[in-house]
Design a protein around this ligand. Structure first.
Ligand code: HEC
Length: 183
C-alpha cells in the first residue's frame, strides 16, 4: 500500500519536490499523527491524570454504600423523621438547663424573646415567630425541635454551623422549661 502511494506520488510530482523530500515530508506527517516528535523524542505522558484518585480541590469521594460514620458525622434527615428517631441523650440536670438557657439567650432570644413567646428585637423587622409555649409546639418530639435548631424551618434560619449537637440538645431541654414542664 505504501509503495503504491510513493509510486503515485512519483508519477505526479507534488510542488516540484524530489522523491527524497516527499518521503521525508510523509514520514514527518506520520510522526505528527502518532504523536512522536523526531526532535524532542517521546512526549511526556499525561494520561496518569485519568485515574480514580481524588483530584486537587475535589470534594471527598462518596462513602461506600451502607458505611456508618464512627464519629462526628450526623445523618441528614428531615424534622419529622428526626422526631421519630432521635432521643435526647442528655439528662435534664441543672447544669444542662443552665447551659441551654445561656445558648438560648444568644441564639434564639433575638427572635423568639426571652420567654419563647415571640417579640424579640429581630422579630419586629423579620417575620414574627410563633409563641413556642403553645400546645402545638409542646407536643413536638425532642428530635423535631433538635432538627429545627439545626436546619431551621421554612423561614427560621438553621444554626447547624453555630451549635454543636450537645448544645442543641441543651437548648431543647431549656425550651421544655420555657414551655412549663420537664417535657
Ligand atoms: C431569625 C429569627 C429566628 C431565630 C434566630 C430563631 N428562630 Fe425559631 N423560628 C423563627 C420563625 C420565623 C419561626 C416560624 C416559621 C418557621 O418555622 O420557619 C420559627 C419557628 C421555630 C420553632 C417551631 C418549629 C415548628 O414548626 O414546630 C421552634 C421550635 C423554634 N423556632 C425554635 C428556635 C430555637 C430553639 C432557636 C435558637 C436556637 C430559634 N428558633 C432561633 C425565627 C427564628
Amino acid at each position: 500500500m505504501a509503495i503504491k502511494i510513493f509510486r503515485t506520488a512519483n508519477r505526479f510530482p507534488v510542488c516540484g519536490l524530489s522523491r527524497v523530500w516527499r518521503r521525508g515530508l510523509l514520514i514527518g506527517i506520520a510522526y505528527m499523527l502518532i504523536g512522536v516528535s523526531p526532535v524532542y523524542g517521546w512526549f511526556w505522558r499525561k494520561d496518569m491524570v485519568k485515574q480514580p484518585s481524588v483530584k486537587p480541590q475535589e470534594a471527598p469521594r462518596p462513602l461506600p454504600q451502607n458505611s456508618i460514620p464512627r464519629q462526628g458525622k450526623e445523618f441528614p434527615m428531615d424534622r419529622v423523621e428526626a422526631g421519630k428517631r432521635l432521643r435526647n441523650p442528655i439528662e435534664p440536670n441543672p447544669a444542662a438547663v443552665e447551659s441551654g438557657k445561656k445558648l438560648y439567650e444568644i441564639y434564639c432570644t433575638l427572635c423568639h424573646g426571652a420567654d419563647g413567646k415571640g417579640g424579640g428585637p429581630v422579630a419586629a423587622k423579620f417575620v414574627p415567630p410563633p409563641d413556642l409555649t403553645l400546645d402545638v409546639f409542646r407536643v413536638r418530639p425532642d428530635g423535631f425541635l433538635y432538627q429545627t435548631i439545626a436546619d431551621g424551618g421554612p423561614l427560621m434560619p438553621g444554626q447547624r454551623d453555630a451549635l454543636q449537637p450537645r448544645e442543641r440538645w441543651e437548648i431543647v431541654i431549656y425550651l421544655r422549661r420555657l414551655q412549663g414542664g420537664e417535657k
